[in-house]
Design a protein around this ligand. Structure first.
Ligand SMILES: Nc1ncnc2c1ncn2[C@@H]1O[C@H](COP(=O)(O)OP(=O)(O)O)[C@@H](O)[C@H]1O
Ligand SMILES: [Mg+2]
Length: 152
């Protein structure tokens, strides 16, 4: 189990964090993002996607659609926001492959009800904490050694 904490003093630091994350992501990776409304989950997703080559304006909050899909250089990204999901049973309306990009990258905001459906392999947990108007802290944890590369 690894745990890494980064302080993000401003939006530029969040962009850099997104770029660093994007560099180590491989097909099958799933990032679970927790944090209050307005903490910066969508902003971090935008930065990860932009670093992977998705035009940043295409990356919008999937609060109403629940799943947005973007293509990038090496495949597909699923961007989920499960805020409006009230019950895990509602996930049965989706095929697993509609939620998780099995051969791509999955970014999940409000992942609570999805957690039991995925294991720990390829999963990075990120908790975003509001520090001040412009700054945030992210705490990342994973059981997958793939993410040890984030420590360098
Ligand atoms: N360092 C920072 N990192 C991320 N977001 C920040 C930062 N500083 C200010 N913000 C602002 O906080 C807000 C985060 O909103 P958003 O990403 O939609 O949050 P969430 O998806 O968690 O609800 C945005 O308006 C963003 O510009
Ligand atoms: Mg959001």
């Amino acid at each position: 189990m690894i745990t890494i904490k980064w302080f993000l003093p401003d939006l530029e630091a969040t962009a850099t964090a997104g770029a660093k994350l994007s560099k180590i992501l491989e097909p099958g990776c799933i990032i679970m993002m927790d944090g209050d409304l307005g903490s910066g989950k969508t902003t971090l997703c935008k930065n990860i996607c932009a670093s992977l080559g998705v035009p940043i304006n295409l990356v919008t909050s999937p609060t109403y659609t629940m799943v947005n899909m973007y293509s990038y250089n090496s495949g597909v990204i699923h961007h989920l926001d499960l805020y409006r999901l009230e019950d895990q049973n509602e996930l049965e309306d989706f095929d697993f492959e509609d939620l998780i990009a099995v051969d791509g990258i999955t970014l999940v905001e409000w992942p609570k009800l999805l957690r039991s459906l995925v294991g720990t392999q390829g999963v990075l947990n990120i908790k975003i904490n509001y520090v001040s108007d412009g700054s945030r802290e992210i705490i990342m944890s994973s059981h997958d050694s793939l993410y040890e590369r984030l420590m360098n």
